[in-house]
Design a protein around this ligand. Structure first.
Ligand SMILES: Nc1ncnc2c1ncn2[C@@H]1O[C@H](COP(=O)(O)OP(=O)(O)O)[C@@H](O)[C@H]1O
Ligand SMILES: [Mg+2]
Length: 552
């Protein structure tokens, strides 16, 4: 009985099980296509790995250009369709979310694991054997990495700096990484919170803003918050020193009724009285704020014209329609409390900043709340010649912030340049000897896949991958744990001596997400795909982030 596609046949009668148009591939073929798709994705990002890796220029359907070397960004922009290829994109995204760096490496490793698995399957090793072997190899690799990692002090500046420098070595901004690494370390240490001897960093406490213009070296860490907003009224002061700041999360407007209300006004006096009453209420609000001694009002919602005018008369500076997330950061930076009810406002709710000032950035006016005392939220304002550089600089700074955070939270490091991968491969081969039968082959396959990382680094630097690998293996055999590919001299070097360090958590996450994705893809032997809908549906409602308080 031949079973084909979505239908089976019984006594010459086809039995339809699936909807017409459903595509189905199974067994070896399904496995093969999935592995191919994943490998193609891995191949696509491989050439961007490491300091000598190339960048990619991606053009979206609107013609917008992105130039990047960031694995997660490349895959995101590529908009891949194949389900297995999409899983590779997920690997990069998970990596990015969890630890912020190592996205390219994770995808390349996953592709290599699948490639080695396919070789084994072709040699009649059953996929489940490969999967079991891979799982064991993954656990073992994590142990090996943990044993080789060096513990460091979580707030040791010099080491954190080296970590940040390594993460930016492969980026467009590499030339300025000396300067940028300091900013990243300062920012993370500023917002790190100590709890029971352990540090926690909420990366959201570091606002990264970008604005093209000036140069990368004008990128600054602000001990406070920069807002892409101008002062609401031309009569207000544009600069206030030692400012007391009120943060309002309600509107400085009169509440509108939810339903349409009707007021019958029969003569001009009534009209006047009505308007006066409104004005009076607004003036009361302003009066309440002024009484606290506030010199700056930052409002999440709108500010009525009358209130603006009143504030201006009292020399109070005001900004409106600030995003909810920025209001939270402002509270953390200035020590102010968010005020919901203006009637209850008191002096103790106010925050402080050394300087609040409206400044021109290019054509736009921004407001800086800076010089906050021991702020728990800060801003990095990224500058650079052109938009694309600023965009890539922002991504690179994100990576740098994340790796510093990784080490502050889990203070263990390994050297880079493919050293940990090569060392893990070496140890895995020894471990494989202790396993029986075909599982051994899978573990050796896993080891070889790991070696693809130093090999890719070498290849991208124009070095001979085979020579490099042979050299690398022999150095590790001699016990040189930190021997890796020095892409600049083209030789195998102790990467620790070259100050190329990475967080252990990045390497761990690479191993975990790459092998989990590979195993998941290997386990699939049946792909049933519904036929495509004719009309593309729009994004689901509420999919976009709705910044509360944005202009509507
Ligand atoms: N100076 C260096 N010499 C050799 N390798 C380096 C150097 N700096 C960074 N690397 C390596 O480059 C790799 C990271 O490259 P990158 O393009 O940032 O990819 P990923 O997205 O995986 O982080 C890591 O293996 C890291 O150790
Ligand atoms: Mg990186």
């Amino acid at each position: 009985m031949a079973i084909e596609g979505s239908q089976a046949e019984l006594a010459g009668q086809p039995i339809l099980i699936l909807k017409e148009g459903t595509g189905r591939t199974r067994g070896r073929e399904a496995q093969h296509t999935n592995i191919m798709a994943a490998k193609i994705v891995a191949e696509a990002v491989k050439s961007s790995l490491g300091p000598k890796g190339m960048d990619k220029m991606l053009v979206d359907s609107f013609g917008d250009v992105t130039i990047t070397n960031d694995g997660a960004t490349i895959l995101d922009e590529m908009d891949v369709q194949h389900p297995a290829a999409k899983m590779m994109v997920e690997v990069a995204k998970t990596q990015d979310k969890e630890v912020g760096d190592g996205t390219t490496t994770a995808v390349v490793l996953s592709g290599e694991l699948l490639s080695k698995a396919e070789e084994l399957i072709e040699k009649e090793v059953h996929p489940t054997v490969v999967i079991d072997g891979y799982r064991k190899a993954m656990e073992k690799s994590l142990e090996i990495l943990d044993a080789m990692a060096i513990p460091v002090k979580p707030n040791e500046r010099q080491m954190l700096r080296k970590i940040a420098m390594t993460s930016m070595a492969s980026k467009l901004v590499a030339e300025n990484r000396d300067y940028l690494a300091d900013l990243a370390v300062d920012a993370v240490l500023q917002v790190a919170q100590e709890e029971a001897g352990k540090f926690k960093v909420d990366i959201d406490d570091i606002k990264v803003e970008k604005k093209s213009g000036e140069s990368l070296m004008s990128t600054k860490l602000i001990q406070g918050i920069a807002l892409d907003k101008e002062v609401v009224h031309s009569g207000m002061p544009k600069q206030i020193e030692n400012a007391k700041i009120a943060l309002l999360d309600s509107a400085l407007e009169l509440e509108k009724t939810e339903f349409d209300a009707k007021i019958n006004i029969e003569n001009p006096e009534q009209m006047k009285a009505f308007l006066e009453e409104e004005e009076h209420m607004l003036m009361n609000m302003v009066e309440n704020i002024a009484k606290t001694g506030a010199k700056v009002v930052i409002c999440q919602k709108g500010i009525d014209d009358v209130a603006q005018h009143q504030l201006a008369r009292k020399d109070i500076m005001a900004i409106r329609r600030v995003k909810a997330s920025d209001m939270e950061k402002l509270a953390k930076a200035t020590g102010a409390k968010l005020i919901t009810n203006i009637d209850d406002i008191s002096a103790s709710d106010l925050g402080q900043a050394k300087l609040v000032e409206e400044r021109k950035l290019g054509d736009d006016k921004w407001t800086f709340i800076e010089g906050c005392k021991n702020p728990r939220a800060v801003t990095i304002l990224v500058r650079g010649g052109i938009d694309r550089i600023v965009d890539e600089a922002e991504r690179s700074i994100h990576d740098a912030l994340m790796v510093v955070k990784d080490v502050v939270e889990e203070p263990k490091i390994v050297a880079g340049g493919g050293a940990p991968e090569a060392e893990a491969a070496n140890e895995l081969r020894k471990y494989a000897g202790k396993l029986s039968g075909r599982e051994q082959l899978a573990v050796i396959g896993f080891a070889e896949a790991l070696e693809a990382i130093p090999t890719a680094l070498a290849e991208n630097a124009g070095l001979d991958p085979i020579d490099t690998l042979v050299d690398l293996r022999s150095r590790h055999d001699k016990g040189e744990k930190w021997a890796g590919v020095d892409v600049f001299s083209g030789k195998i070097h102790d990467m620790g001596k070259l100050d190329v360090y990475e967080p252990l958590s990045v390497k761990n996450q690479i191993i975990k997400s790459a092998s989990e994705a590979a195993v998941m893809i290997l386990k699939i032997d049946d792909v049933i795909a519904a036929s495509k809908l004719k009309e593309e549906r729009g994004p689901p409602k509420g999919a976009e982030e709705t910044g509360a308080g944005e202009e509507i």
